[in-house]
Design a protein around this ligand. Structure first.
Ligand code: 3HC
Length: 287
């Protein structure tokens, strides 16, 4: 089996751009896909900004940054993915959109051993695998935001992921990208979001009920429990639309009230107050 050197990333939002950056920094040839020139340009700027930050903090030399940038190409057509050996889908957390991407990737990617992975936060991998003619090659490979900083990757084999796909995806995440892998069964939310989302929703309910202010809720967890950031700031970082989407797919799977998105979260998403990426969520951000 040939070593994975040619990677494709579908979607250049917060997660896709981070995954592309990490792959390019690991020396891989990376193709990044977005639906149009505008979103592609935004993704490119995000990657350049993050690499510039790594140079400023002394983690990367200017020469290494330039090499990483030179390894990334940006395309708007998935038909360019024919020679990819590992493709990771990181589009919006929407089952219909993701399913369409998987069907298109199944047609585009030629290598019969290629891995077609999803960075979904919560959608069962089997639903995506069945949109392809090769469910054995499909697996969940879930990164965490900010991808260049956080060490974890969740590996989620579906009931049909082949042993070869599982082993190659695990070796790729750990040996090639240097991440630590934990495995989860194919249940909405997997390990981390199954624990994290109820906590974030509880913090939103706490704010909604007037129990405490956003600042006090966040300070409580940062200063009282040594979390790097409070739950409301973390929901803002993840994006309130994504937080809601993840909660919705977990609620659809388990029908448990603890996964039910509270009205305040719904109204903020309706209002376009999506957190850090839109400039305002539970806190305000400079853009
Ligand atoms: N991209 C690249 N690097 C970044 C970054 C970004 N977006 N944000 C921060 N960094 C780097 C900085 O360059 C800095 O590196 P240095 O120490 O070498 O200089 C380091 O991270 C620390 O950054 P800062 O000093 O600016 O800020 P903080 O110390 O406050 O850390 C944080 C920021 C890394 C975001 C930290 O607060 C943190 O880890 N928060 C928790 C994030 C978390 O829980 N993420 C998981 C979300 S859940 C998820 O993604 C799953 C999904 O399915 C929902």
């Amino acid at each position: 089996m040939s070593e994975i050197r040619r990677v494709g990333v579908v979607g250049a939002g917060l997660m896709g751009s981070g995954i592309a950056e990490v792959c390019a920094r690991a020396g891989l040839d990376v193709l990044v896909n977005e639906i149009n020139d505008e979103t592609l340009r935004a993704g490119k700027e995000r990657i350049e900004g993050s690499l510039a930050r790594a140079v400023r903090s002394g983690k990367l030399s200017e020469a290494e940054r330039d090499e990483a940038l030179a390894r990334i190409r940006y395309v708007t057509e998935l038909t360019e993915f024919t020679d990819r050996q590992f493709v990771v889908e990181a589009v919006a957390e929407d089952e219909e959109i993701k399913t369409q991407v998987f069907t298109a990737l199944d047609k585009a990617v030629e290598d019969p051993d290629a891995i077609i992975a999803s960075n979904t936060s919560s959608i069962p991998i089997m639903k995506l695998a069945m949109a392809t003619s090769r469910p054995g090659n499909v697996i969940g490979v879930h990164f965490f935001n900010p991808v260049p900083v956080l060490k974890l990757v969740e590996l989620i084999p579906s009931l049909l992921s082949s042993e070869q796909t599982q082993q190659r995806a695990e070796a790729f995440a750990s040996d090639t990208l240097g991440k630590t892998v934990v495995r989860s069964q194919d249940r909405a939310g997997f390990v981390v979001n199954a624990l994290l989302i109820p906590y974030l929703l509880s913090a939103i309910r706490m704010l909604e009920s007037g129990f405490a202010s956003a600042e006090d809720i966040d300070n409580g967890m940062v200063l009282g429990c040594a979390h790097p950031m409070g739950p409301l700031a973390l929901a803002d970082l993840i994006g309130l639309d994504t937080t809601k989407a993840v909660a919705d797919s977990m609620y659809a799977e388990f029908k448990e009230p603890l996964y039910s998105a509270p009205p305040l979260l719904l109204r903020m998403v309706d209002a376009g107050l999506l957190g850090k990426k839109s400039g305002r969520g539970f806190h305000e951000y400079q853009r």
